[in-house]
Design a protein around this ligand. Structure first.
Ligand code: R5P
Length: 310
């Protein structure tokens, strides 16, 4: 595309947006985001974007202001006559609400998809969706990236022997299977029950962990109940070192304390969302280069399927 490109950031994770722009070889575009006295948001591009191919980087964990900010930025871009605007959502919030699993509940991720399209998004670029099927909620192109490249690179430089990869619930099994193949490790999984939201109970462990180093993989950690219950159960069953990886470290409520008190030796996360506080047990791997490469390929209409290898 001969069209000029510009990358802008919302306020949810400016450090990541800066890193993506830097990896791409440009500076972030200028935008003003402020609030009226009552908290209402206001967004304005401070440079002309007429006819440009723009990328707005904004993860959407709570608070709801993050998604509203993104919607306002998309709307402002459309009204400023951009050629194309891509919503770059390293973490796509509300992805957990992806089906009507009980009567009288909403499908939050479908609602978010409708809002993004209505606000003017021409494309969406995101990573490790809670359920890949969410792509089908969009009638515009959506590119779904995987953080596995960052984690696999890390374990290639820091190999772990005698390894079993563990899925802490059935939802993570596909991801765990892919890691076990790539790392040449065996596979185990936990049969988890969720009596209510944010509460998890372990029912069974399927697979062998005794005398093995363990790698627990998950797409996101919220209260860390799933992760730390899994780690405790694995330790009880004779696991040696326990390492965990997760793409989106939401880490709300008791999460940090639970991780601190757990038998987990190290937790590797990415920077799709900003860590609320530092922790000796948590190490952050950046996925900025993966997003920068995807943006470059989208901009030049090159295939990005090379980045879809999970
Ligand atoms: C569940 O399906 C997800 O993959 C995560 O395991 C879950 O959402 C994490 O939640 P929490 O940390 O609150 O247990």
């Amino acid at each position: 595309m001969d069209t000029p490109l510009a990358i802008f950031s919302g306020t949810s994770n400016p450090a990541l947006a800066r890193a993506i722009a830097e990896e791409y070889g440009t500076a972030l575009g200028e935008v003003t985001i402020k609030k009226f006295s009552d908290g209402e948001l206001y967004c304005k591009y401070e440079q002309s974007i007429r006819g440009e191919d723009i990328f707005v980087v904004q993860s959407t964990p709570p608070p709801g202001d993050n998604i509203i900010e993104l919607l306002l930025l998309l709307d402002a871009a459309k009204r400023a006559s951009v050629k194309r605007v891509t919503a770059v959502m390293p973490y796509f919030g509300y992805a957990r609400q992806d089906r009507k699993d009980q009567p009288r509940v909403s499908i939050g991720s479908k609602l978010m998809a409708n809002l993004l399209v209505k606000a003017g998004a021409d494309r969406v670029l995101t990573m490790d969706l809670h359920a890949a099927q969410i792509q089908g909620f969009f009638d515009i192109p959506l590119d779904h990236l995987y953080a596995s490249r960052a984690f696999i690179d890390h374990f290639t430089s820091n190999p772990i022997d005698n390894l079993v990869v563990v899925a802490p619930d059935v939802g993570s099994l596909k991801m765990a299977r892919s890691y076990s193949k790539k790392l040449g490790a065996s596979l185990a999984f936990i049969d988890k029950r969720r009596p209510k939201a944010n509460q998890s109970e372990i029912m069974n462990l399927i697979g062998e962990v005794k005398g093995k180093n363990v790698l627990i993989v998950d797409d996101l950690i919220d209260t860390a109940g799933t992760l730390t219950n899994a780690a405790a159960a694995l330790k009880e069953r004779g696991a040696l070192n326990i390492i965990a990886i997760c793409t989106h470290p939401i880490l709300s409520g008791p999460a940090f304390q639970r991780i601190e008190d757990s038998p987990i030796d190290e937790l590797l996360v990415t920077d799709t969302v900003q860590l609320r506080q530092p922790s000796d047990k948590i190490k952050v791997l950046s996925i900025a280069n993966i997003f920068a490469e995807a943006i470059q390929r989208i901009h030049t209409n090159d295939t990005i399927s090379a980045l879809f290898d999970n």
